[in-house]
Design a protein around this ligand. Structure first.
Ligand SMILES: Nc1ncnc2c1ncn2[C@@H]1O[C@H](COP(=O)(O)OP(=O)(O)OP(=O)(O)O)[C@@H](O)[C@H]1O
Ligand SMILES: [Mg+2]
Length: 535
């Protein structure tokens, strides 16, 4: 049983968590939701023991495991050893195997001194392996690896040779392999493709232990959980709802409707009382007592008006173009890329004209990021050619790293883009909800969604005429996604993007889709939505 008692947290004068208490029972599956910056990750870190709270305490089950939202930057995959060693290290199975092997060597040694004692120890080591599930450990690991779609990774592979994305997924494999009584997961589907996400959803649904998961993925919140914990960004308190996300929406919908009805009734009552009070005033001193009573009743009613749900501060943004490019923006001719024997893509040709919006779609691992990076000239093609048009200037949103310097502050990062116009910098940051002292915050302490917002704010300041975006929406809450999607939909420059977010694509109004790996270019049509979702 996880028990969270009276947790309080502030950063400087900003209260983030105010007296948060809740429990997650064995086998219970709870989804933690809230807008970007509400404090979800902070709460999960406190529960996992990775951050201190100002007040309160946590009672944790005997075994629990935590995966960070920023696992790409904190990836704990060690530099040495095999994939198997790494996965096994989660439960201490790697050490148990080493011990067992050492002892079996020792008892095979004819010159052994105390054979009885050694045999005793050997037996204990054997029992330890049993307990740790040694005999099906390889099979279980392989199942997890294939479930999460980590192509080409075998248990004997050196972790040193894995890509960043593979390491991230491997950290999740290790955690699931441990099978702790409580899993603490912070947006684990951000780095998974749709197939792996579906697999994870099913895995979590039938998981025997308890689960506390942060996610903006509505499917996951509808399928894998049975309790919603909403961190309210205004009160900084936690609201608890039974059931999945849909039943949560129904519940708050009803509460909202009820509150609205009560409020209307009270307002009517207040205006009726006011009229009476005015009439009483006409009677002068004779009715003064009644009038005072009436006024008192009005002010009690006013005070007890139901609190209506506040709406979050909205971003108001648009992406300007400082100077338009020439007509032709990118021409790719017969692009091929391979690493050694491994062909990433083959014979891709396309032309992007000014004002077009091209969405690249295809399953995880088909090389969409590599294609974007080849177009940008960050990766040389194995063969083929990329031609960039006249007066083209490009801003790039890179998946995971977002192109931000983690040691910088928000204001310095933005000033570096436009050092000559401090007022515009502050005003654009404000539009992306970085107000007041928040601009002095270190980038490494920003929440996931805030980092994305900052990267996009930099793009606004750059005023480039081509935006290359690699999965820009994965950390964004629903509202930010809509606002940013709409702003990009109205952008007058050219967009090349990788995304599998159908809502985002609709807002973006693409002109064409590039289907990977075959490299076919087709006009956008909603019949591709399903394919998009799978991508
Ligand atoms: N060390 C710090 N100093 C100051 N502010 C911080 C620090 N760490 C986090 N914050 C702020 O606290 C707020 C909560 O951050 P947290 O990462 O918990 O949000 P979140 O709910 O997980 O958001 P997201 O959905 O974007 O991931 C954010 O506004 C963040 O900028
Ligand atoms: Mg977070």
């Amino acid at each position: 049983m996880l028990q969270v008692n009276h947790i309080k947290l502030s950063y400087g004068p900003r209260v983030i968590l105010d007296d948060i208490s809740f429990t997650v029972a064995p086998g219970e599956k709870a989804g933690l939701i809230g807008v970007n910056g509400a404090g979800k990750s902070s709460l999960l870190k406190i529960i996992g023991g990775y951050q201190e709270a100002e007040r309160g305490n946590i009672m944790r089950p005997r075994t629990y495991g935590y995966l960070s939202q920023d696992v790409a930057h904190e990836t704990p995959v060690s530099a040495h050893g095999t994939v198997r060693d790494f996965i096994y290290s989660g439960t201490g199975l790697d050490a148990a195997i080493a011990k067992y092997e050492e002892l079996s060597m020792a008892i095979a040694d004819p010159e052994i001194e105390d054979l009885d004692a050694a045999l005793q120890e050997f037996e204990e080591a054997q029992t330890a392996l049993d307990v740790l599930g040694y005999y099906d450990a390889d099979a279980r690991s392989e199942q997890l690896i294939s479930g999460l779609n980590i192509g080409g990774v075998t248990l004997d592979r050196e972790t040193l040779t894995l890509s960043g994305g593979q390491k991230t997924k491997l950290a999740l494999v290790r955690l699931l392999f441990q099978a702790p009584e409580l899993l603490l997961l912070d947006e684990p589907t951000n780095f998974l493709d749709v197939e792996a996400t579906m697999w994870l959803m099913e895995f979590l649904e039938t998981y025997k232990g308890a689960l506390l998961i942060i996610s903006h993925d509505l499917d996951l919140l509808d399928n894998s959980i049975n309790k919603v914990l909403r961190l309210n960004e205004f009160t900084h308190k936690l609201e608890e709802y039974k059931g999945n996300y849909t039943s949560y929406l129904n519940a708050i919908g009803d509460a909202q409707a009820l509150a609205e009805r009560t409020k209307r009734q009270q307002e009517r009552e207040i205006s009726r009382l006011k009229k009476t009070s005015d009439r009483l005033r006409g009677f002068g001193a004779t009715r003064v007592k009644q009038r005072i009573a009436m006024d008192r009743r009005i002010s009690t009613l006013e005070e007890n008006k139901p609190q209506m749900a506040q709406t979050s501060k909205k971003m108001h943004i648009d992406f300007p173009v400082r100077q338009q490019s020439g007509h032709m923006v990118v021409q790719a001719r017969e692009l091929c890329k391979s690493y050694g024997q491994k062909i990433i893509f083959n014979d891709i040709s396309f032309l992007v004209d000014r004002g077009e919006r091209m969405v690249v779609i295809g399953l995880n691992g088909v090389g969409k990021t590599t294609l974007l990076r080849t177009v940008l000239g960050l990766v040389p093609p194995t063969s083929g050619k990329v031609e960039i048009g006249d007066r083209v200037d490009i801003s790039y949103y890179a998946q995971e790293s977002e192109g931000l310097d983690y040691e910088n502050t928000v204001i310095n990062e933005a000033n570096d883009v436009l050092p000559t116009d401090a007022r515009r910098v502050r005003s654009v940051l404000g539009r992306f909800l970085f107000n007041g002292d928040r601009v002095f915050q270190k980038i490494k302490t920003l929440s996931g969604g805030e980092k994305t917002r900052l990267a996009l704010a930099k793009m606004v300041l750059e005023g480039s005429n081509v935006l290359v975006l690699d999965e820009p929406t994965s950390h964004l809450d629903m509202m930010s996604k809509e606002i940013i999607g709409e702003a990009l939909g109205n952008y007058s420059g050219t967009i090349l993007t990788v995304t599998h977010d159908v809502d985002f694509v609709r807002l973006l109004k693409p002109t064409s889709l590039l289907l990977m790996p075959e490299g076919r270019l087709v006009p956008y049509d909603s019949k591709y939505d399903e394919m998009l979702e799978r991508a």
